[in-house]
Ligand binder design. Sequence first.
Ligand SMILES: *Cc1c(COP(=O)(O)O)cnc(C)c1O
Length: 319
Amino acid sequence: METLNFLTPELISNAISQIGSPAYVYSRETIEQRCAEVSAFPNAYGLNARYALKANPHLAILKIVEAMGLHFDASSEYEVMRCLHAGIPGEKIQLTSQQFPREHLTEIIEAGVLFNACSLRQIDAFGKAFPGSNISFRVNPGTGSGSNRKTNVGGPSASFGIWHEQTDEAAEIAAKHNLSITRIHSHIGSGSDPEVWKAVTEMTLAQADKFPTVHTVNLGGGFKVARMSSEKSTDLQEVGEFVKSVFIKHAENTGKEYKLEVEPGTYLSANCGSLICDVDDISSTGEDGYTFLKLNTGMDTITRPALYASEHPIIILND
Ligand SMILES: *Cc1c(COP(=O)(O)O)cnc(C)c1O
């Protein structure tokens, strides 16, 4: 059975009379609870949690997340600007973008934002602009998990990051510009297969070992979040204990104790909000057909079903 989650019929009619319909309604309490869960991610040598704001960049949500002590991952220079305009200090923001900044690079870096290079070209372009600084880079570890190819962000079918066989080249380009690689980043995809977590963690740690200046390993986001009652969310404690044991074993073998970063987006915002709407019309295609409810909302307000064929609970409140 699907449930109203944090909503009640009273809250819904209040929202509609105050805001109108359709309306998005978010629960501060649920967001705070998710932030607390992510901040409690098991770790061996320290943890920094970021919110990947492309999941929901609304100012009100950024403020709640910041107040809960999380840092941020921006997937474009414009998302960085959004954070800066929200009053978030640059040191708390990391830029991980497919596109190298074209407008705000200097402003962003001078504000203290951490640059996470996503390609060889990005390392080179950044090095030319800011020789001698610290960077991190995103590696494509060669494998990933995700519910389908569209959300699989590792492996040969993913364009994200520097292919794991090209990280020596990354080191050469960084050295040419006197850049110091202090953090390594990979992104696990939106799956919850513990074997994939283990493989990606081990491969990312192995990459980190190549660079003596690395102190932090970022495993990205992608904790699966159940929307339908038939689905199962990633258990953060379970996956986290798993990741922690890999870090500890690695430290025993190599002497390297890396700080861990995680940066979920979806986990911190999905199921924290609902879309309230009205039935505008009802039509039917006969006995062997269907009954259609026509709503005053659609693909522009909730994109995931169209984009990923994902299911979301729909609850009808009255007759
Ligand atoms: C989207 C994204 C995330 C978060 O992924 P979710 O599936 O929303 O948790 C983390 N890191 C980077 C670099 C991303 O682009």
